[in-house]
Write a protein that binds this ligand. Sequence first.
Ligand SMILES: *Cc1c(COP(=O)(O)O)cnc(C)c1O
Length: 380
Amino acid sequence: MNVNMVDLGALHTRLAKELDPAIMNVVRSGAYIKGPDVSAFEEELAKYLGVKHVISCANGTDALQLALMSLDIPKGAQIITTAQSFIATAEAAALLGYEPVFVDVKDDYNIDEKLIEAAITEKTAAIIPVHLFGKSCDLSAIIKIANKYSLHIIEDTAQALGAEYEIDGERKKAGTAGTIGCTSFFPTKNLGCMGDGGAVWTNDDNLARKLRMLASHGSEKKYHNTAIGINSRLDTIQAAVLRVKLRYLDEFNKRRREIAVMYNRLLADMEQYITLPEADEQTSRHVFHQYTIALKRGGVQEREAIREALKERGIATMVYFPVALHKLPVFAEKNKETHLPNAEKLADRVIALPMHTELKKEEVEYVCQALREATKEAFS
Ligand SMILES: *Cc1c(COP(=O)(O)O)cnc(C)c1O
């Protein structure tokens, strides 16, 4: 049996009756840039998220960059973020001349909000929490800190679209309680298109206008550019695909949660070797972009032995992320004195198992049995 990390072909087959005509409509219309599906998708996503303004853009990295550009943060300012994420989160800040400051993570892989305050200096301008692997951060705690020090919050929701959190007793969609929310529609994300895509959103009318202006070469009126912006657009074809898939997002996320619960049940006897993520079919806090486990002991050698044994049985695994952000060559020089023990330890011990909407029960069972054997072997 072969079990892959994702199966986008199977997902397309399941939705082909709706996706194919949606795509062909755009192809025939000729409206490849800024066609009607783009604004329609923005409105539908805004409604889904419960926010006033959604501005689509070319990818999730641009979304982060646009968010930072819109906030008038002075050069040299510090941006606090997590040590465990995809490079894009810190890259956008560094590219604009800001200094990313990395904070350690908790065992659920999200930024440890209790460590944020100690990282704040006079230069701190914003916090970028990342809802990693689909689990929403404790945003209530982060909002308290941000308010105390007048900091912006840019939420990186690339892995957690559709997840929820509770703010002052009110349930909200992850990404919508900070200043600006960002996401990516990279094909493998929970809401993915068939190429690159991204979006930013906010409830602030002025920021929304600015974000749209910046994404469009710094112009609100064509040939009357008022700021240095970028060219970042969502293609009409991608918007058409996303309009179809958005209708299924809650169903996709529900299926991901069911699979996570299945994994946890089948791996419950492995708790002496591995830490399992918290999974509960009822809670919407986690939408399992990834199902990530961590070895309780050992390191890269044991981890790679387990992955190799799974590979021999036809099972794909991934490591998100093998290097904590502050240890990446591009940031390491500036962070020689930075020690973030949990992020560094997890980088050596995490394994992401196959997780996608089309995964079958038999495949999950096969993965768990193989993982059980491989882990016992690695520690024998
Ligand atoms: C995927 C991802 C991004 C970047 O998205 P792209 O669309 O690939 O640019 C940013 N942050 C996180 C956490 C991601 O997973």
